[in-house]
Design a protein around this ligand. Structure first.
Ligand code: PLP
Length: 237
Protein backbone atom coordinates (compact mmCIF):
# COMPACT_ATOMS: atom_id res chain seq x y z
CA UNK A 1 0.00 0.00 0.00
CA UNK A 2 1.37 3.38 -0.94
CA UNK A 3 1.10 6.80 0.63
CA UNK A 4 -0.31 8.00 -2.70
CA UNK A 5 -3.30 5.66 -2.42
CA UNK A 6 -4.21 7.01 1.02
CA UNK A 7 -3.89 10.58 -0.24
CA UNK A 8 -6.16 9.74 -3.17
CA UNK A 9 -8.75 8.17 -0.88
CA UNK A 10 -8.70 11.31 1.26
CA UNK A 11 -9.18 13.55 -1.77
CA UNK A 12 -11.96 11.32 -3.16
CA UNK A 13 -13.71 11.09 0.20
CA UNK A 14 -13.94 14.87 0.50
CA UNK A 15 -15.05 15.26 -3.09
CA UNK A 16 -17.83 12.64 -2.79
CA UNK A 17 -18.92 14.08 0.54
CA UNK A 18 -19.30 17.53 -1.08
CA UNK A 19 -21.20 16.11 -4.06
CA UNK A 20 -23.55 14.29 -1.69
CA UNK A 21 -24.12 17.54 0.20
CA UNK A 22 -24.84 19.37 -3.06
CA UNK A 23 -27.31 16.75 -4.31
CA UNK A 24 -28.98 16.66 -0.89
CA UNK A 25 -29.49 20.42 -0.93
CA UNK A 26 -30.73 20.37 -4.51
CA UNK A 27 -33.37 17.86 -3.46
CA UNK A 28 -34.45 19.85 -0.41
CA UNK A 29 -32.53 17.88 2.19
CA UNK A 30 -29.35 18.19 4.24
CA UNK A 31 -26.02 16.38 4.02
CA UNK A 32 -26.79 14.51 7.24
CA UNK A 33 -30.01 13.12 5.72
CA UNK A 34 -27.94 11.01 3.33
CA UNK A 35 -25.86 8.00 4.36
CA UNK A 36 -22.58 7.53 2.51
CA UNK A 37 -21.79 3.81 2.58
CA UNK A 38 -18.49 2.69 1.10
CA UNK A 39 -18.57 -0.55 -0.88
CA UNK A 40 -15.30 -2.12 0.23
CA UNK A 41 -14.95 -5.22 -1.96
CA UNK A 42 -11.32 -5.91 -2.89
CA UNK A 43 -10.12 -3.05 -0.68
CA UNK A 44 -7.48 -3.75 1.98
CA UNK A 45 -8.58 -3.25 5.60
CA UNK A 46 -5.79 -0.68 6.10
CA UNK A 47 -7.26 1.47 3.34
CA UNK A 48 -10.80 1.01 4.64
CA UNK A 49 -9.65 2.03 8.11
CA UNK A 50 -8.02 5.13 6.66
CA UNK A 51 -11.38 6.13 5.16
CA UNK A 52 -13.03 5.44 8.53
CA UNK A 53 -10.49 7.76 10.18
CA UNK A 54 -11.66 10.50 7.79
CA UNK A 55 -15.24 10.16 9.03
CA UNK A 56 -16.68 7.34 6.93
CA UNK A 57 -19.22 5.57 9.14
CA UNK A 58 -20.83 2.90 6.96
CA UNK A 59 -19.10 0.15 5.00
CA UNK A 60 -20.56 -2.73 3.02
CA UNK A 61 -19.11 -6.03 1.84
CA UNK A 62 -20.72 -8.17 -0.83
CA UNK A 63 -19.03 -11.54 -0.31
CA UNK A 64 -19.23 -13.63 2.84
CA UNK A 65 -15.72 -15.12 2.54
CA UNK A 66 -14.14 -11.72 2.03
CA UNK A 67 -16.04 -10.20 4.94
CA UNK A 68 -14.91 -13.01 7.24
CA UNK A 69 -11.29 -12.77 6.16
CA UNK A 70 -11.19 -9.01 6.79
CA UNK A 71 -13.46 -8.88 9.83
CA UNK A 72 -10.82 -8.81 12.58
CA UNK A 73 -8.95 -5.99 10.88
CA UNK A 74 -11.73 -3.42 10.41
CA UNK A 75 -11.85 -0.61 12.94
CA UNK A 76 -15.59 -0.68 13.60
CA UNK A 77 -15.73 1.43 16.78
CA UNK A 78 -17.52 4.26 14.95
CA UNK A 79 -18.58 2.44 11.82
CA UNK A 80 -21.46 0.22 10.81
CA UNK A 81 -20.69 -2.94 8.81
CA UNK A 82 -23.41 -4.06 6.41
CA UNK A 83 -23.83 -6.87 3.90
CA UNK A 84 -24.75 -5.59 0.43
CA UNK A 85 -24.29 -8.57 -1.90
CA UNK A 86 -26.32 -11.60 -2.86
CA UNK A 87 -26.53 -13.80 0.23
CA UNK A 88 -26.94 -17.57 0.11
CA UNK A 89 -29.21 -19.01 2.77
CA UNK A 90 -26.56 -21.45 3.99
CA UNK A 91 -24.11 -18.61 4.74
CA UNK A 92 -26.38 -16.43 6.90
CA UNK A 93 -25.14 -18.10 10.08
CA UNK A 94 -21.54 -17.02 9.36
CA UNK A 95 -22.27 -13.29 9.31
CA UNK A 96 -25.36 -12.83 11.48
CA UNK A 97 -23.37 -11.71 14.56
CA UNK A 98 -21.08 -9.45 12.50
CA UNK A 99 -23.31 -7.19 10.43
CA UNK A 100 -25.67 -4.38 11.45
CA UNK A 101 -27.88 -4.68 8.39
CA UNK A 102 -28.37 -6.98 5.40
CA UNK A 103 -29.32 -4.97 2.29
CA UNK A 104 -30.17 -7.67 -0.15
CA UNK A 105 -33.13 -9.72 1.05
CA UNK A 106 -35.32 -10.83 -1.84
CA UNK A 107 -37.08 -14.02 -0.73
CA UNK A 108 -39.05 -15.29 2.24
CA UNK A 109 -36.66 -18.24 2.40
CA UNK A 110 -33.66 -15.97 2.99
CA UNK A 111 -35.58 -13.72 5.39
CA UNK A 112 -36.72 -16.80 7.33
CA UNK A 113 -33.16 -18.05 7.74
CA UNK A 114 -31.96 -14.59 8.84
CA UNK A 115 -34.75 -14.50 11.41
CA UNK A 116 -33.93 -17.98 12.70
CA UNK A 117 -30.20 -17.27 13.05
CA UNK A 118 -30.81 -13.84 14.63
CA UNK A 119 -33.16 -15.30 17.24
CA UNK A 120 -30.53 -17.91 18.12
CA UNK A 121 -28.28 -15.09 19.32
CA UNK A 122 -31.17 -13.13 20.85
CA UNK A 123 -31.13 -10.47 18.24
CA UNK A 124 -33.32 -8.91 15.60
CA UNK A 125 -31.55 -8.28 12.30
CA UNK A 126 -32.23 -5.12 10.28
CA UNK A 127 -32.71 -5.73 6.58
CA UNK A 128 -33.58 -3.94 3.35
CA UNK A 129 -35.61 -5.67 0.69
CA UNK A 130 -33.97 -5.61 -2.73
CA UNK A 131 -36.20 -4.74 -5.68
CA UNK A 132 -35.40 -5.82 -9.24
CA UNK A 133 -36.32 -2.42 -10.62
CA UNK A 134 -35.09 -3.19 -14.15
CA UNK A 135 -37.01 -6.49 -14.25
CA UNK A 136 -33.79 -8.16 -15.37
CA UNK A 137 -33.68 -11.93 -15.67
CA UNK A 138 -30.98 -13.65 -13.61
CA UNK A 139 -30.68 -10.65 -11.34
CA UNK A 140 -31.50 -10.61 -7.65
CA UNK A 141 -34.34 -8.63 -6.19
CA UNK A 142 -38.07 -9.13 -5.91
CA UNK A 143 -40.24 -8.00 -8.83
CA UNK A 144 -42.02 -4.73 -7.99
CA UNK A 145 -45.50 -6.29 -8.13
CA UNK A 146 -44.46 -8.97 -5.61
CA UNK A 147 -42.89 -6.54 -3.14
CA UNK A 148 -45.90 -5.91 -0.93
CA UNK A 149 -46.67 -9.59 -0.51
CA UNK A 150 -43.05 -10.34 0.41
CA UNK A 151 -43.01 -7.48 2.93
CA UNK A 152 -46.17 -8.80 4.58
CA UNK A 153 -44.62 -12.26 4.89
CA UNK A 154 -41.37 -10.89 6.34
CA UNK A 155 -43.35 -8.75 8.80
CA UNK A 156 -44.46 -11.98 10.50
CA UNK A 157 -40.87 -12.98 11.35
CA UNK A 158 -39.73 -12.17 14.90
CA UNK A 159 -36.01 -11.99 14.13
CA UNK A 160 -36.09 -9.53 11.24
CA UNK A 161 -36.85 -5.79 11.04
CA UNK A 162 -37.41 -4.30 7.60
CA UNK A 163 -35.91 -0.79 7.42
CA UNK A 164 -36.43 0.02 3.76
CA UNK A 165 -35.59 -0.85 0.17
CA UNK A 166 -32.50 -1.30 -1.98
CA UNK A 167 -32.03 -1.47 -5.75
CA UNK A 168 -29.34 -1.88 -8.39
CA UNK A 169 -30.76 -0.57 -11.68
CA UNK A 170 -29.55 -1.94 -15.03
CA UNK A 171 -26.46 -0.45 -16.65
CA UNK A 172 -27.65 2.56 -18.68
CA UNK A 173 -26.01 4.64 -21.41
CA UNK A 174 -27.36 7.95 -20.19
CA UNK A 175 -27.91 9.64 -16.86
CA UNK A 176 -31.45 10.39 -18.01
CA UNK A 177 -32.21 6.68 -18.43
CA UNK A 178 -30.78 5.77 -15.03
CA UNK A 179 -32.74 8.60 -13.43
CA UNK A 180 -35.94 7.04 -14.78
CA UNK A 181 -35.16 3.85 -12.86
CA UNK A 182 -34.29 5.82 -9.73
CA UNK A 183 -37.55 7.78 -9.98
CA UNK A 184 -39.53 4.58 -10.47
CA UNK A 185 -37.87 3.12 -7.40
CA UNK A 186 -38.59 6.23 -5.34
CA UNK A 187 -42.26 6.05 -6.33
CA UNK A 188 -42.42 2.44 -5.13
CA UNK A 189 -40.73 3.48 -1.88
CA UNK A 190 -43.28 6.27 -1.33
CA UNK A 191 -46.26 4.05 -2.24
CA UNK A 192 -45.19 1.35 0.20
CA UNK A 193 -44.45 3.93 2.94
CA UNK A 194 -47.96 5.31 2.61
CA UNK A 195 -49.49 1.87 3.10
CA UNK A 196 -48.05 1.83 6.63
CA UNK A 197 -47.75 -1.95 6.70
CA UNK A 198 -47.59 -3.45 10.20
CA UNK A 199 -44.04 -4.05 11.43
CA UNK A 200 -42.51 -2.57 8.29
CA UNK A 201 -40.41 0.55 8.49
CA UNK A 202 -39.58 2.52 5.35
CA UNK A 203 -36.69 4.74 6.47
CA UNK A 204 -33.96 3.77 4.05
CA UNK A 205 -33.85 3.93 0.26
CA UNK A 206 -30.45 2.57 -0.80
CA UNK A 207 -29.57 3.23 -4.45
CA UNK A 208 -26.80 4.88 -6.43
CA UNK A 209 -23.16 3.83 -6.93
CA UNK A 210 -19.96 5.55 -8.11
CA UNK A 211 -21.26 6.56 -11.54
CA UNK A 212 -24.71 7.73 -10.48
CA UNK A 213 -24.98 8.49 -6.75
CA UNK A 214 -25.67 12.16 -7.53
CA UNK A 215 -28.68 11.29 -9.73
CA UNK A 216 -29.87 8.75 -7.18
CA UNK A 217 -29.94 11.37 -4.41
CA UNK A 218 -31.79 13.83 -6.66
CA UNK A 219 -34.38 11.08 -7.20
CA UNK A 220 -34.82 10.50 -3.46
CA UNK A 221 -32.16 8.02 -2.31
CA UNK A 222 -31.05 8.54 1.28
CA UNK A 223 -28.27 5.95 1.17
CA UNK A 224 -25.68 5.59 -1.59
CA UNK A 225 -23.16 2.78 -1.97
CA UNK A 226 -19.91 4.03 -3.46
CA UNK A 227 -16.85 1.89 -4.20
CA UNK A 228 -14.50 2.74 -7.05
CA UNK A 229 -15.03 6.52 -6.91
CA UNK A 230 -13.64 6.40 -3.38
CA UNK A 231 -11.00 3.67 -3.51
CA UNK A 232 -10.04 3.72 -7.21
CA UNK A 233 -10.75 1.14 -9.91
CA UNK A 234 -10.74 -2.44 -8.67
CA UNK A 235 -7.95 -4.61 -10.00
CA UNK A 236 -9.49 -7.97 -10.90
CA UNK A 237 -6.30 -9.57 -12.26
C1 PLP B 1 -19.52 -2.90 -5.63
C2 PLP B 1 -20.87 -2.50 -5.23
C3 PLP B 1 -21.26 -1.15 -5.19
C4 PLP B 1 -20.33 -0.01 -5.57
O1 PLP B 1 -19.94 -0.08 -6.90
P1 PLP B 1 -19.00 1.08 -7.55
O2 PLP B 1 -19.44 1.17 -8.95
O3 PLP B 1 -17.61 0.63 -7.37
O4 PLP B 1 -19.29 2.32 -6.78
C5 PLP B 1 -22.54 -0.86 -4.76
N1 PLP B 1 -23.41 -1.80 -4.42
C6 PLP B 1 -23.09 -3.12 -4.44
C7 PLP B 1 -24.11 -4.12 -4.04
C8 PLP B 1 -21.82 -3.50 -4.84
O5 PLP B 1 -21.49 -4.81 -4.87
Amino acid sequence: MTEKLLTDVEYNYKYIDERIAEAAEKSGRKREDITFLAATKMVEPEVINHAISLGLDHIGENKVQELLSKYDKYNLDNCSLQFIGHLQTNKVRQIIDKVDLIQSVDSIKLAGEISKQALKINRKCDVLVEVNIGREENKSGVMPEQLEELLCQIAELDGVSVKGLMAIPPICESSQKISEFFNKMHNIFIDISQKKLDNICMNILSMGMSADYYEAILAGANMVRVGSALFGARNYT
